[in-house]
Design a protein around this ligand. Structure first.
Ligand SMILES: Cc1ncc(COP(=O)(O)O)c(C=O)c1O
Length: 273
């Protein structure tokens, strides 16, 4: 397996980042996860644009899109696989032990892992911890993801594949690695970015392609929604058949099933929408 590290392809076994990398010591880094089917990345331009937005939010230098594209192409070519999770990581680089950043420049890693297509439906749980809609990192895809590690472990303990958070004022926000949509009276709604959720690329495409509305929703909308679905890079649109103890009828319900069809069609028509 070959990965890209700081300017070239390396063997994953021997590639090394400093133990003083600020991404390791304080989580000072950002990332993107890109789906790659048949060696081709999906929606790479949108992912690169979000990478730049996250970099600016953290005060990291703008990533060089040409270099990241070259890195992605090289890693995909070196590791052929049917379905891959392409992971771009960009950190503050070698630095002091505290929160001040060093001046040796960022670290760029592009790695690839094999994955399989997700099931069409899944179970989720709500968790008691909150997303902060007013934090310095709100809306940025940073490597400070340990809250998601804890919440996802809780989901797995309950036989679910995702945990959903409310924000500090009790509104529905997002999952550990996905955005959430609900169907109410035949209409699709998803929390607005002001809820503190990540601007998911799949969310953005689903809103554009299905006409879903961005609506402030209380967490307990999950108890009465006719249908619930998740979106993420590796889930695309995925129906939810259980929320905590409740099982919405017939997941995927009719509105979700139609959204899934539309998404598959549109994504199949254009690899970089
Ligand atoms: C916290 C969080 N929310 C939402 C998403 C979904 O975003 P995307 O559709 O860009 O994968 C992710 C991505 O994995 C995420 O980490």
């Amino acid at each position: 397996m070959k990965i890209w590290l700081d300017g070239g392809l390396r063997d994953i076994e021997s590639a090394r980042v400093s133990v003083l990398d600020h991404g390791l010591t304080v989580g000072d880094g950002i990332f993107e996860t890109v789906k790659a089917a048949g060696g081709k990345p999906f929606a790479l331009t949108r992912h690169l644009n979000r990478l730049t937005r996250s970099a600016r939010g953290l005060g990291l230098p703008d990533p060089d899109h040409d270099e990241v594209r070259r890195a992605c192409a090289a890693v995909l070519e070196a590791n052929p696989m049917p379905l891959g999770r392409l992971r771009i990581t960009y950190t503050g680089g070698h630095g002091p032990l505290g929160s001040d950043r060093g001046d040796q420049g960022p670290t760029l890693v592009v790695a690839l892992g094999a994955t399989t297509r997700r099931p069409d439906s899944t179970a989720v749980v709500t968790v008691p911890w909150t997303r902060n809609e007013r934090g310095a990192l709100t809306g940025l895809k940073t490597t400070s993801y340990a809250e998601n590690v804890v919440a996802l472990a809780r989901a797995h303990e309950h036989g679910a594949s995702e945990a959903l958070f409310a924000n500090t004022v009790g509104q529905l926000c997002e999952g550990t690695g996905s955005n959430v949509f609900v169907v109410l009276d035949g209409e699709i709604h998803t929390p607005p970015l002001a809820s503190g959720c990540l601007a998911g690329i799949t969310r953005e495409l689903a809103v554009e392609w299905t006409g879903a509305r961005e609506t402030d929703l209380p967490l307990d909308v999950l108890e009465r929604a006719d249908e619930v679905f998740l979106t993420s890079t590796l889930r695309d649109i995925q129906a939810v058949h259980r929320v905590d103890g409740r099982e919405p009828a017939g997941a995927p319900g009719p509105v979700t099933a139609k959204a899934m069809r539309i998404f598959d069609e549109r994504a199949g028509d254009d690899l970089d929408p």
